[in-house]
Design a protein around this ligand. Structure first.
Ligand code: NAP
Length: 281
């Protein structure tokens, strides 16, 4: 298959290029080669490539910065996605849109199913949801894939931050009242490579299995790396950030399992593999 990836220099994008290139012809693009906020350029570039599938990873992902940059967040996450959808429609390409747990408000006391009502709290969540709606309104052949708490080799993430902070601080405060499923970008990329083989279009939640709080995730990281680090559980209110975050971010991978795909491995197993592949010094 010929597959085009937007935001291919990002954390997920780089792993997608690596995984999909094993079996497919992959065309990478990032803001230097295709700024998805430009409608005409997006149509022209995608029409020149003529991919069968576009995996749209490009996004304004700094959740806190989005709060003070609504226009830019809307341009990238909502209109940029609309632009990619228009180009896919013109070229008969199917679209995989990577979305987020932040489309939910986190008030549900159980894991979120794909059909649950969305109610984003933050500018990031609202603009990503606006992107979802464009995709749903404009295309028939789409996969909307909501994922959560990504970490990978090629980008800043919570695991790297914890390892860095362990060298800088005696006691690290970590939020213990937000729960979710940390997801390894390599595992997500492998799952996406399976998904695009099947025209089972729709909304999917895809995350590593099992869940934790940020605090227990930090404990897992330090236990697995054998680091003796003091971490202090704190409440969200004690750790104010510009963007509100859902307390419950657990995404039940219901549609994925109903389509007969194997559940992803537990986040602990994925974390063990990830820690083996990064430099811990
Ligand atoms: N990270 C998470 O925890 C998480 C959780 C759930 C869902 N997601 C979603 O997963 C996807 C991938 O996330 P990620 O963590 O890999 O993000 P990332 O590392 O920030 O990658 C996003 C890429 O998009 C590029 N980009 C930004 N604006 C663009 C534009 N106008 N045109 C073209 N490219 C543009 C960025 O370039 P610059 O770096 O130069 O800005 C970056 O290379 C995103 O859609 C995100 O919303 C992420």
């Amino acid at each position: 298959m010929k597959i085009m990836i937007t935001g291919a220099e990002g954390m997920l994008g780089q792993d997608l290029v690596k995984v999909l290139s094993l079996q497919h012809e992959v065309v990478s693009s990032d803001i230097e080669t295709l700024d998805t906020t430009h409608l005409e350029d997006t149509i022209k570039t995608i029409s020149n490539v003529k991919p069968e599938v576009v995996i749209h990873c490009a996004a304004y992902t700094d959740v806190d910065e989005c709060e003070s940059n609504l226009d830019q967040a809307y341009k990238v996450n909502a209109q940029g996605t609309r632009n990619v959808a228009v180009a896919c429609d013109k070229n008969g390409a199917s679209l995989v849109y990577i979305s987020t747990d932040y489309v939910f408000d986190g008030e549900k006391p159980y894991p979120y199913y794909e059909y649950d009502f969305t109610n984003p709290l933050s500018v990031y969540g609202k603009t990503k949801l606006a992107g979802e709606l464009y995709v749903r309104d404009m295309l028939n052949q789409f996969y909307i894939v909501r994922t959560s708490w990504l970490y990978g080799l090629n980008g800043p993430n919570f695991v790297k931050s914890m390892l860095r902070l362990s060298k800088e601080m005696d006691m690290i405060p970590v939020v213990d009242d937000q729960i979710g499923s940390p997801t390894y970008t390599l595992d997500l990329a492998r799952a996406l490579s399976q998904l695009i083989e099947k025209p089972a279009y729709g909304i999917y939640h895809i995350t590593n299995n099992e869940y934790c709080s940020w605090y227990t995730f930090a404990q897992d990281i330090f236990n697995l790396t054998g680091k003796d680090v003091q971490i202090n559980p704190v409440k969200t209110e004690e750790f104010p950030r510009p963007a509100p975050r859902p307390k419950n971010s657990i995404l039940r991978n219901y549609n994925w399992e109903m389509e007969g795909f194997e559940p992803l491995r537990s986040y602990i197993e994925a974390l063990k593999d990830y820690l083996k592949s990064i430099n811990l010094n």
